[in-house]
Design a protein around this ligand. Structure first.
Ligand code: BTN
Length: 317
């Protein structure tokens, strides 16, 4: 090993010990050398980058075993000039942030918590579309790599069946005419057991492992997501949201359902009938009026008429 690497045996020994400190199990025998026995179940930058296909997302990685919030740290790094595609990833969060001021439960060493710095040349009005694009990209990536039937609940929640498995928090810095940076914060429940969730969330949240009965390789999942996201972000920057409209509809679990939408200024109920080209949710209320929802919190309402309505709407694509 020392000959191949062109370094002294002591230097090899020091590096092996550094790897052991990070959790790699490496056996050694006096005349046989070293043998890698196991890799730690951590989101270590070297492991993520090993086999990463993209050119930007994840080329610079800031890893922490524990942090308050990867998005808070990524925003700080973006303000200090970190380049687009910088990834902040942690094995646990003490103050994970969710949408609408909620908390994102982030137990250690079982899920994915990461934030990517973006510097899109768009107006602030286009930011919600970035989140929709990311939800499509994530949903497809997770379906492909885990076989879990992941779907999107408008605007960007990832669900399996009747429970949430992941979410996206998009935060922007800039002014009316210019976006300085966007932090795309993503949390995915990968191998979390039900016991790791507070009792009140067990009916509402799940993990990919609980849904598929399999433990998933977090590093491989993250690599797949970063590659897909970089590719889709490139398409978005060139062509806008249009190429994602149909993909979003195909992955949606909201269309065709009765919903209640809580917006900052009012609440409406109706049937979610379509997603417009700008990414707005179209909701038809009882009086037949179709309203376009730009932002809000959607609750799906159990409604015996739902199936009839769905049949009448036909395809949602
Ligand atoms: C949601 O409410 O659905 C969005 C959840 C986003 C959670 C992720 S975890 C990584 C990143 N850091 C945070 O503090 N939040 C996001």
């Amino acid at each position: 090993m020392s000959r191949t690497l062109g370094i002294s045996r002591t230097a090899v020994w020091k590096r092996v010990n550094r790897l052991r400190e990070q959790g790699y199990r490496i056996d050694s025998a006096p005349s046989a050398g070293y043998r890698l026995v196991s890799i730690p179940d951590k989101l270590l930058p070297g492991e993520i980058q090993n086999g990463l296909k993209g050119r930007f997302f994840g080329r610079k990685i800031h890893y922490l075993e524990k942090v308050d919030s990867t998005s808070r740290l990524a925003a700080e790094m973006a303000r200090e000039g970190a380049p687009e595609g910088t990834l902040v990833v942690a094995d646990s969060q003490a103050g994970g942030k969710g949408r609408l001021g909620r908390t994102w439960i982030s137990p250690g060493d079982c899920n994915l918590y990461f934030s990517v710095i973006l510097r899109p040349r768009i107006l602030p009005q286009g930011i919600p579309q970035i989140t929709l694009m990311a939800s499509v990209s994530l949903c497809e990536s997770l379906r492909r790599d885990t076989s879990a039937p992941v779907r999107i609940k408008w605007p960007n929640d990832l669900w399996v069946g009747t429970k949430k498995v992941g979410g996206i928090l998009t935060e922007m810095s800039g002014d009316m005419d210019r976006v300085s940076h966007v932090i795309l914060g993503i949390g995915i429940n990968v191998n979390m057991s039900a016991g790791a969730l507070p009792a009140e969330l067990r009916e509402k949240a799940t993990s990919l492992c609980l849904e598929t009965g399999k433990t998933h390789d977090r590093v491989a999942l993250l690599r797949g997501i970063l590659t897909a996201l970089e590719n889709d972000y490139g398409i978005f920057c060139e062509q806008g949201f249009r190429p994602f409209q149909l993909r979003w509809k195909e992955a949606s679990m909201t269309l065709g359902r009765s919903v209640r939408v809580r917006m900052p200024h009012k609440e409406i109920s109706g049937l979610a009938v379509d997603l417009g080209p700008e990414g707005y949710l179209r909701v038809r209320s009882g009086n037949g009026m179709v309203e376009e929802v730009v932002c809000g919190d959607v609750t799906m309402v159990e409604n015996p008429l739902e199936n009839m309505c769905e049949a009448r709407e036909g395809s949602h694509k």
